[in-house]
Design a protein around this ligand. Structure first.
Ligand code: FMN
Ligand code: COI
Length: 367
């Protein structure tokens, strides 16, 4: 939090965190965070879809007390807000995911930890006071996935999030142009070094991230393989990156507890339908059979309200958490989360919706 000359706190707008992160981070790291796949058409698609949605407030409702609190897969949250899985938080701040976990706990938000976290699951869990989920890519080395899942269970993680929109990492022009590789001092410490080796070592014109995924991700997995995950762990399973009603129905049939409707922050399929545009179809298809979360372009408290009106149970932010981290570690991430929660609480009052259950389809208009 910045302070004025008189010592008062100044609430920083999200773009202030973004500008500070851009200034502080090395160019190729900024590009890795900010960039998208292909033509980068999906970087703005989700944001544009959210901007098109307009709110329809009700009036003369008692909003003297608004409660943004909610429950998600057994966890109490201060608001329907979480942090999406993102690899290598130490690229943004030396404390990495430990700083993020502290902030999520302080703010009462969910944190989804990437399989490629740069701090150990145990250190992250020790710093966390709120719920943690573990994100997985499906590796060829299933033994390593099983080992990671066992460690997550022992550390108290509450759900597994399998990312299903990335059988391989898509072509990302900025990373290719920069020959982006993860710097050798920053590692996906929860996985064996030999399995992560391809992520390091820059080569002109090639992204090491893409090279690594082509080498290590198992792109042959299908719905039938989810049985293996259910065998290995009894934690609730969430699929991240589902964009159609057909896949949403299949997910429920396969015992999935939650879905993240997501375009992977514009980093995977170019020219896809935007996640907010897919939300209603997915919510209708699951018909209450599992929980639904939206991510991609969430930048204002009003976006949380719009997602709830479309039927989501919660939203997750990606890049804004990294901006907060780059700005000032734990304090910055807490600032980002509290900014969004404060805006959301105000939207609740102005919408005449004092609880999260008061948001429904009649609360929005889409052209
Ligand atoms: C730098 C970066 C790293 C990411 N790493 C992962 C990851 O490891 N696993 C994953 O499922 N998604 C990953 N994502 C995608 C996010 O989970 C999320 O879907 C996206 O960032 C949300 O959009 P937003 O950044 O516009 O809020 C990453 C995104 C960024 C920007
Ligand atoms: C290490 C990468 C696979 C993470 C990432 O950049 C992403 O998922 O977008």
């Amino acid at each position: 939090m910045d302070r004025t000359a008189s010592g008062e706190d100044v609430v920083l707008a999200l773009h202030t965190y973004e500008a500070a992160a851009k200034e502080r981070l090395p160019g190729p790291v900024w590009d890795f965070f900010a960039g998208g796949s292909g033509t980068e058409s999906m970087l703005t698609a989700g944001r544009d879809a959210l901007d098109r949605i307009r709110l329809r407030p009700r009036c003369l409702v008692d909003v003297s007390r608004c409660d943004p609190g909610t429950e998600l897969l057994g966890a109490r949250l201060a608001a329907p807000l979480g942090i999406a899985p993102m690899a290598y938080h130490r690229l943004a701040h030396p404390e990495g995911e430990v700083a993020t976990a502290r902030a999520a706990g302080d703010a009462g938000a969910l944190l989804t930890v990437s399989m490629f976290a740069s701090r150990t699951l145990e250190d992250i869990a020790a710093a966390a006071t709120g719920p943690l989920w573990l994100q997985l890519y499906w590796l060829r080395r299933r033994d390593l996935m099983a080992d990671l899942i066992r460690r997550a269970e022992a550390a108290g993680f509450r759900a597994l999030v399998l990312t299903v929109d990335a059988p391989r990492v898509a072509f990302r022009p900025r990373d290719a142009a920069n020959g982006f590789a993860v710097p050798s001092g920053i590692r996906a410490v929860n996985l064996a070094a030999e399995v992560m080796a391809a992520s390091h070592g820059s080569r002109a014109g090639e992204s090491a991230i893409a090279r690594h995924s082509a080498e290590q991700f198992d792109s042959s997995v299908t719905w039938d393989d989810l049985a293996w995950l259910h065998e290995v762990s009894s934690l609730p399973l969430v699929l991240k990156g589902v964009l159609t009603g057909d896949d949403a129905r299949l997910a429920v049939e396969h015992g999935v507890s939650g879905l993240v409707v997501s375009n992977h922050g514009g980093r995977q399929l170019d020219f896809a339908r935007s996640a907010p545009d897919c939300l209603t179809e997915v919510v209708d298809a699951v018909a209450g059979g599992c929980r639904v979360v939206l991510d991609g372009g969430i930048r204002y408290g009003a976006d949380i309200a719009k997602a709830l009106c479309l039927g989501a149970d919660a939203v997750m932010i990606g890049r804004p958490a990294l901006w907060g981290l780059a700005h000032s570690g734990t304090e910055g991430v807490t600032g980002v989360l509290r900014l969004l929660m404060g805006e959301f609480e105000e939207v609740m009052a102005l919408m005449g919706a004092p609880t999260v259950a008061d948001f429904g389809r009649s609360g929005i208009a889409t052209p």
